[in-house]
Design a binder for this molecule. Structure first.
Ligand code: SF4
Length: 232
């Protein structure tokens, strides 16, 4: 762990090599958030699943899908199954306009499965980026119309959809959508323009083609140290 960057918050699950909360075969590490909890604190949270009808329905459906279709269903199929199990009738798609084709296909699949679908693109409202203070220089490559995730959320809220599905919203735009969406939301596609919307690819390749991610902060050049052996 980089102590310098983490001195105020301490170690946590990302620093744990034991994972005893899942295995229950050994000891919890001294910094473990599970070990820090009282029985009462755990019970209070467990009650939020047991005693809240919506939370219970969602948690049970999610666990049933995980357990029932493990390694067999794609995320598309899992979302269809999830929507069925929570009794959703209307599904909202909050889509990036760059992934409109993917959203059209997804809408066809959902309709084939008996759902009503209402999709809203990120450019809906057609507001200028400069109207909210975005510098004009950031419009050259990507155009002048801003992504409008708050409007996407409000339009889907107005349609009273039972489940929102995010398709490829940009980082940060997705944050605003999640903040303003009233209904529950899941994500089909997380945008990564470089890795064909597979952001985990950078992590899987962090010991090979993306090792720069572990060598220097993002945006800084990796210092190349060539040894004598490398030169020969
Ligand atoms: S809860 Fe405790 S045991 Fe589980 S991963 Fe976190 S630190 Fe490790």
């Amino acid at each position: 762990m980089n102590e310098k960057n983490n001195k105020n918050i301490g170690c946590s699950c990302v620093d744990c090599g034991i994972l005893n909360c899942a295995k229950r075969t050994g000891q919890y590490p001294e910094f473990c958030p599970t070990a820090e909890l009282t029985e009462e604190e755990i019970d209070q949270v467990t009650d939020l699943y047991k005693n809240n009808r919506v939370n219970k329905k969602i948690a049970v459906a999610a666990a049933e899908i995980e357990g029932g279709f493990y390694g067999r269903y794609t995320r598309v199929e899992e979302i269809v199954e999830f929507a069925r199990r929570i009794g959703a009738k209307k599904i909202g798609i909050a889509t990036c306009i760059g992934l409109i084709e993917e959203s059209r296909i997804f809408a066809r699949i959902l309709r084939l499965n008996g759902f009503e679908v209402y999709g809203v693109s990120c450019k809906s409202g057609s507001v200028n980026k400069t109207d909210i203070g975005i510098d004009k220089k950031y419009t050259c490559v990507t155009g002048g119309v801003m992504c409008n995730p708050i409007l996407q959320a409000k339009l889907l809220n107005k349609r009273k959809v039972d489940l929102n599905v995010v398709v490829g919203l940009c980082v940060g735009h997705d944050s605003l959508f999640y903040k303003y969406a009233k209904g529950i939301t899941t994500t089909l596609i997380t945008k990564d323009r470089v890795l064909a919307h597979n952001p985990a690819g950078a992590l899987y390749q962090s010991k090979a083609y993306y090792k720069k991610l572990l060598m220097a902060p993002v945006g800084e050049n990796v210092v190349c140290s060539v040894t004598q052996a490398d030169k020969t």
